[in-house]
Structure formats: C-alpha cells, structure tokens
Design a protein around this ligand. Structure first.
Ligand SMILES: [Mg+2]
Length: 166
C-alpha cells in the first residue's frame, strides 16, 4: 500500500524547483516522458518546459528521462535537447530506473523520479528505493486515461498532505 504513495505531489513538473530538489539532496532527477513532460499528441516542448530543463541543469541537477515508451519520439527528443534517456523502461519494474541511476555517480538517496502515473512511475520509484514525485498528467485525453486516473485518486487523496504548492 505504501508503495503507491508519492513522497511529494506537484501540479506540474515545471513547478519542481532546483531549490526544492537541492534542499532534499536530490542530484539526479529521473523524468517520465508521456503526459509528464509532453502530451501524447505533441512532439514540440513548451518554452516553459525548456526553460525549466535549462534551469535545473544550470543548478547542476542531472536529468534522465526514463520512459516505458517504444516510440522514436522519446529518443528523438532526448537527442535534440541533449538529455540522457532510458526507453523500454518497463515501469513499475525497476530495471529501467536502476539502469538510469547506474549511468550517474549518485546514490539512490540522491535520486528522485517524477511522473504522472501512480501504478507505473510512483510504484517503480518506491520499489527502487528513490524519492517518488507525482505530477498531474498534462492531459488525460482518452477514456482509458481518465479511468486510470480515477483509480489513482484514492492514493492521491491519502498523500494530499504531501502536496507542494508554489
Ligand atoms: Mg506518463
């Protein structure tokens, strides 16, 4: 049960500030891709997203995308913006998360994962023993995504005191 509870909840990934991460000793931030950074239907990042990525990097926080996606758009994005990337991550398994962490000289206590799905991102982070940050999905545009979100609501409610507002 506890594995489904995020350590922190943000309204959007871009609200996770460098100072918030630094204060908690996070040196490596793993990022889900679909519906966390970009909607499923969009390949071009917003200016706000790019500015946020640059800001984190300028504070020396390492970033690595860890995505279950098999689609070319994820490595394409990572190449274009020079961000490290693990695809086919098979979250909620921990293989992809551990592979990503092993590429950096950081410990698990210095690593967090931010993602929009409780049953994949949060569960993978908790099982891997790293900080789990839930962010709101950018856009649940299909019925299946909406239904999945309904199933996530109990855990988001249980963790509501962990919401970080800016
Ligand atoms: Mg996602």
């Amino acid at each position: 049960m506890l594995s489904f509870l995020p350590d922190f909840i943000f309204d959007a990934v871009t609200q996770i500030s460098p100072s918030f991460l630094r204060a908690r000793g996070v040196a490596l931030l793993l990022l889900d891709f679909d519906n966390t950074l970009l909607p499923y239907t969009e390949n071009a990042p917003s200016r706000a997203l790019l500015a946020w990525i640059e800001e984190l990097q300028s504070f020396g926080i390492k970033l690595c995308i860890v995505s279950n996606s098999h689609k070319e758009r994820v490595p394409q994005f990572c190449r274009k913006y020079a961000i490290d990337c693990v695809t086919h991550a098979a979250k909620p398994g921990t293989k992809g998360v551990n592979k990503a962490i092993s590429q950096f000289k950081v410990s698990k206590t210095q690593t967090a994962l931010a993602g929009d799905q409780i049953y994949t991102d949060i569960l993978a982070a908790k099982r891997a023993g790293i900080t789990a940050i839930a962010v709101k999905s950018i856009h649940n545009h299909t019925i299946l995504l909406k239904l999945r979100h309904l199933l996530e609501l109990p855990f988001l409610a249980m963790a509501r005191n962990r919401r970080v507002k800016i």
